[in-house]
Write a protein that binds this ligand. Structure first.
Ligand code: HMG
Ligand code: MG
Length: 290
């Protein structure tokens, strides 16, 4: 298969990037981050999550973040939703899109959202109904697609089963998460083949790679060769999941833009503005940008 001519970047920095930070990040810094990303040309931004503040204290200011953003036309401001309660709150805050998140590993599901994979489908059913009634698109994440921090190996067939379940529930796009960044190109290819064998079209799939072992870019390139045209990334390579020991940052948005440039795939994203945004947030978090 040839490379896609266009790639959509789904920016997860304000949510996946910041959720694991233990230091207090003022709400206005989060808002400025989101606004800078939108100004840089990113059109899909996961702005926050409506999860329990006991589970992820950093996202407790979800209402204030959503209310504080000056919205830019053409930008989708999305949020991660664990249950009906989160969805109610998210709808009130005026989200444009939501994402539900399941896992291909039972143990990670328990640790992350305190229920089994099957139970998570039951929790997500009313969320889907509420989204449909409000005309809000729903994205579906599958975590641990290349392995689990607790169970180790995760069968590609299990990833395919969970992906298909979310797709059949009505998710318009399925984002396949290498939560702890242990994928290799071979593993990613085998996993994608299994998912595609369930008849989810390649254009409905996204790759969400954490970069723990610096394989994210080669894994993404492998995915692009297989027809994947949506890539999740996080400005400055921020990120991690508090319930996935060993998960480091997501692949950096600026590095994905470099890769796409190298492959001759254009985007309407201003690389310099993304780099400036990486510097802005890195300075704030007192770490070097990637
Ligand atoms: P639980 O303890 O089973 O739920 O948690 P519960 O219904 O018993 O509620 C417990 C408490 O939380 C109650 O408060 C609820 O009111 C409250 P209390 O009575 O004790 O004072 N609560 C809420 N508060 C605000 N908003 C809500 C909400 N729901 C309950 N929506 C639950 C279950 C799912 C809520 C919890 O485990 C949770 O929030 N987990 C989220 C964990 C998380 O955000 N992880 C990181 C994101 S996933 C990720 O990073 C992976 C991804 O990037 C892809 C990849 O990399 O693979 C997406
Ligand atoms: Mg993630």
């Amino acid at each position: 298969m040839s490379l896609p001519s266009e790639v959509k970047i789904y920016e997860v920095g304000p949510r996946d990037g910041l959720q694991n930070e233990t230091q207090n990040i003022p709400t206005d810094i989060k808002i400025e981050l989101i606004e800078r990303l939108a100004d840089a040309g990113l059109t899909y931004i996961e702005a926050t999550s409506f999860v329990s503040p006991k589970a992820v204290p950093q996202m407790a200011d979800h209402n204030e973040v959503m209310a504080g953003i000056t919205r830019k036309e053409g930008v989708t401001y999305a949020a991660l939703i664990p249950n009906e309660r989160g969805m109610e709150n998210a709808l009130q805050s005026g989200v444009d899109e939501v994402a539900i998140f399941a896992s291909a590993s039972e143990e990670f599901s328990q640790k992350n959202i305190n229920c089994s994979i099957e139970e998570s489908y039951v929790r997500f059913a009313p969320v889907m109904e509420m989204a449909n009634a409000a005309n809000i698109p729903v994205r579906g994440y599958v975590s641990c697609v290349a392995g689990c921090p607790y169970e180790g190996e995760v069968a590609p067939e299990k990833v395919a089963e969970v992906a298909k379940h979310l797709y059949d529930m009505g998710c318009y796009e399925i984002s396949l998460g290498d939560t702890i960044g242990i994928g290799t190109p071979d593993r990613i290819r085998t996993m994608l083949e299994a998912v595609m064998a369930t008849n989810i079209p390649a254009e409905k799939l996204a790759l969400h790679c954490h970069d723990t072992h610096s394989h994210a870019l080669t894994n993404i390139e492998e995915g692009l060769k297989m027809g994947i045209a949506v890539v999740d990334s996080s400005v400055a390579g921020l990120g991690g999941c508090p319930y996935a020991p060993g998960a480091s940052g997501n692949v950096a948005t600026e590095d994905v833009l470099e890769l796409l440039d190298k492959l001759g795939i254009t985007t309407n994203i201003n690389k310099k503005a993304v780099l400036d945004t990486a510097e802005f947030i890195s300075k704030h978090l007192q770490r070097g940008s990637s």
